[in-house]
Design a protein around this ligand. Structure first.
Ligand code: UGA
Length: 452
């Protein structure tokens, strides 16, 4: 197999592009991963994944060895090689806090288009405001030789950090926005490996073929829905707390209705990461521009509920330590607080917009002596928040603490022995910021326990 398959390139070897490049080589395609960052490319070419993702290192080395996978910093090489070019660069939040910054998309598309020497398909994968695919078409028209007939398509991705390899190899759907039969056929060929793998496993991957605007919107609509689901259950947690209810049982009970479903209904410290928070803000900004701002006003509330979870933990910390709470926040001078978890979720080393780090920062600003431990995220956390103390083990972080805050639900924390940890602390107080601990066990071991 493989001879009839298009050759693929992935521009931008961050989290998204690197995972795709490696997984598509694994599916049998010939692939180049491109980035302007020479250090990143050198690492990947040397067999090292620059971020933490389960299973990806092995696949990288295997496919480098197979000869199907290469990395490059040269637009000309990529342009010459590829039939289908996937744009996977970042679309960060703009400095004004709302819209998406498309400068990397512009750089990648124009850099590539200028060097094209034959017809090719450029496929956007990055999360973008609706309307970007059309703008990319204009960029291509401006920079690629017009006689080549280079075309554009849009195909959003839905991978989740921590199971990205599975999500790429076994996606629950493929979405493509196309304007021509040729583009649709090229994308079919580019996805044939995924569809074939599913067939050998007796599964089917639904493919939704649609227009540009819908393909772009699918992605932000999905993330907006997920964010809303999380904020919904966190709003119920606020009401439960006021009424003396138990949100975990409430979530379980409503989740048995298949129309609601039990996934993404974990109440706690709320959502963070490089996607959900920025996507819902960019989506609101874009809707506003389109004159549909009213339709997404609820997302502002989703954001506020989410932010309140962080303040809630800080408030709980002050309460448990019997400290005052002034207009400027709590007074925590002299308190030793262990923060367990720095990443925005477990099984990742990503600390972008991490609720755990945001809480650690606030506790530190309030005067607490904050000791942070995370199984994977300490290097990134230290860069993002240099002014708290990082410890190399959970025991080191917890030793001498007046309060322990579990803020990311790593397995290491969920399975920790509360009796053994109790021996290390100076006060047995724990905040379970992710409702992930066995409360009864902690209480039995003499801890004062507060969940979310
Ligand atoms: C998210 C989406 O889930 C992916 O489908 C999407 O492709 C991706 O963004 C993206 O846009 O690229 P990810 O950011 O990796 O994926 O993380 P999630 O697993 O969605 O978690 C997001 C946040 O929500 C985390 O901070 C997590 O702790 C929190 N969360 C999740 C909850 O608080 N409760 C839940 O029930 C689930």
């Amino acid at each position: 197999s493989g001879a009839h398959r298009p050759r693929l390139t992935f521009l931008g070897t961050g989290y998204l592009g690197a995972t795709y490049a490696i997984c598509f080589a694994e599916l049998g395609y010939e692939v180049i991963g491109f980035d302007v960052d020479e250090a990143k490319i050198a690492k990947l070419a040397g067999g090292e994944v620059p971020f933490h993702e389960a299973g990806l290192d092995e696949l990288l080395r295997k496919n480098l060895a197979s000869g199907r996978l290469r990395f490059s910093t040269d637009y000309a090489e990529v342009a010459e090689f590829g039939d289908v070019h996937f744009i996977c660069v970042g679309t960060p939040q703009r400095a004004d806090g709302m819209g998406a910054d498309l400068r990397y998309v512009e750089a990648a598309v124009s850099g590539l288009a200028r060097h094209l020497t034959r017809k090719a398909l450029i496929v956007g994968k990055s999360t973008v405001p609706v309307g970007t695919a059309e703008w990319v078409e204009q960029l291509v028209a401006k920079h690629a030789p017009s006689e080549l007939g280079v075309e554009v398509a849009w195909s959003p991705e839905f991978l989740q950090e921590g199971h990205a390899v599975e999500d790429v190899l076994r996606p629950n759907r493929i979405v493509v926005g196309v304007r021509s039969e040729w583009a649709a056929a090229m994308l079919d060929a580019a996805h044939e490996g995924v569809v074939t793998l599913a067939a050998t496993e007796d599964r089917e991957v639904p493919v939704v073929v649609t227009d540009f605007a819908t393909a772009e919107l699918v992605k932000v609509a999905a993330n907006a829905f997920l964010a809303t689901k999380i904020s919904f259950i966190n709003a119920m947690a606020e009401v439960c707390e006021a009424a003396g209810g138990d949100v975990t049982n409430l979530a379980r009970a409503i989740g048995y209705d298949p129309r609601i479903g039990n996934r993404f209904l974990r109440a706690g410290l709320g959502f963070g990461g490089g996607c959900l928070p920025k996507d819902i803000r960019a989506f609101q900004a874009r809707a506003q521009e389109l004159g549909a701002g009213e339709a997404l006003r609820f997302l502002h509330e989703v954001d506020l509920i989410n932010q309140r979870r962080r303040s809630r933990v800080v408030r709980l910390a002050a309460d448990m330590l019997d400290r005052g709470y002034g207009p400027a926040g709590p007074e925590l001078a002299g308190a030793r607080v262990a923060v367990l978890g720095a990443t925005f979720k477990p099984d990742s080393d990503d600390v972008r917009d991490s609720p755990a780090l945001a809480v650690a920062a606030t506790l530190g600003k309030a005067g607490a002596d904050v000791r942070v431990y995370d199984p994977q995220g300490i290097d990134n956390a230290r860069r993002a928040l240099p002014d708290v103390t990082y410890e190399a083990t959970m025991a080191d972080a917890v030793r001498g603490a007046d309060l322990v805050c579990v803020l990311t639900e790593w397995a290491e924390f969920r399975t920790a022995d509360p009796a053994a940890l109790g021996e290390l602390v100076s006060g047995r107080r724990v905040i379970d910021g992710r409702n992930c601990l066995e409360a009864a066990e902690w209480i039995r071991a003499g801890w004062q326990y507060r969940g979310m």
